[in-house]
Ligand binder design. Structure first.
Ligand code: BMX
Ligand code: ZN
Length: 291
């Protein structure tokens, strides 16, 4: 079976062909151009799908809360304006005639990690990704837990600061406004008057001013994780997002968790996602293979 897997994020639409052994080939990406709205994003997905031959299924991982039965976006924050209500499955199936599975990006990543990666054999874990925003997923008793209306695990919008910064979801004080990778980049640049990206920041790790912003940002990450750990009592937390390739971050998170958690919760370990950028596509492909 040949599956075309997509990963729609706020910045890029990544895609690849997935074979029956779940090897990804022909990896590629195009800009999302999120400001053009949901319909245009899906039209681009259709154009890409039509450029491939012999595809049996399409698996789509996407930012936003997804009704995975209807395959539509039930709510998206303003990081993808006008995306709410986009009927992804209906549009892509009508245009290509190929069965389509759609799931939230971090739910897809959790499936990818559960089947192929850092959560293999784990029945209970949570997964968070730190990028433009913070996405979350919950695995309970070996299954993805999606809540009463497909939206469980939107950890980016748990409130860590009462009356804090405005968030793209319409609320304020949300975790992702303080602990996402983009929050770190913004806070370094605001404090130092620079225009660095995430890589530049870690290349200048020895600069004490930068180091102190990084450490403050890690405290923000840990603060949110503590609430999540107190709710789920997980043994494993999987941390995704390109920034987690910096080993210092996961090491510090584990040290600070051990220091701040009540003793009864200290069995938890936070580990880097193993499938990296491929987790979302692999998870979406796996879900599509089960259609
Ligand atoms: C936001 C929200 C989540 C998503 C998370 C991570 C939208 C469009 N996005 O909190 O659904 O999982 O961001 O996404 O509503 P990323 O953009 O950081 O990859
Ligand atoms: Zn929010």
């Amino acid at each position: 079976m040949r599956i075309l897997a997509f990963d729609i994020g706020g910045t890029e639409i990544k895609y690849a062909v997935c074979d029956e052994n779940f090897n990804l080939t022909q990896k590629n990406s195009v800009p999302t151009n999120a400001h053009e709205g949901g319909r245009r994003i899906i039209d681009r997905v259709v154009e890409i799908a039509k450029s491939f031959d012999n595809i049996d299924r399409i698996g789509i991982s996407t930012a936003g809360q997804v009704d995975s039965i209807k395959g539509e976006i039930i709510f998206a924050t303003d990081s993808i304006p006008g995306y709410t209500g986009t009927k992804i499955k209906e549009i892509v199936e009508a245009a290509t005639g190929i069965p389509v599975a759609v799931e939230n990006d971090v739910n897809s990543a959790a499936v990818g990690e559960a089947v192929f990666g850092a959560a293999k054999g784990q029945k209970n874990f949570v997964c968070l990704t730190y990028g433009t925003g913070i996405g979350g997923a919950i695995y309970l008793n070996g299954n993805l837990f999606t809540g009463s209306s497909f939206s469980a695990g939107e950890f980016g919008h748990i409130i860590t600061h009462a009356n804090g910064k405005d968030c793209t979801c319409g609320g304020c004080g949300c975790y992702e406004a303080y602990a996402s990778a983009s929050a770190l980049v913004k806070s370094v640049n605001d404090n130092l008057g620079t225009s660095m990206n995430g890589k530049d920041i870690f290349n200048n790790f020895d600069n004490p001013e930068i180091r102190s912003v990084i450490d403050g940002w890690i405290d923000e990450i840990v603060t949110g994780l503590i609430s999540i750990i107190y709710i789920f009592n997980p043994a494993l937390i999987i941390l995704g997002g390109g920034i987690m390739n910096e080993a210092y971050i996961t090491e510090e998170i584990n040290i600070k968790l051990q220091r701040r958690l009540m003793p009864s919760f200290r069995n938890v370990r936070a580990v880097k996602a193993l499938m990296g950028n491929d987790a979302n596509k692999l998870g979406a492909a796996y879900l599509a293979s089960k259609l």
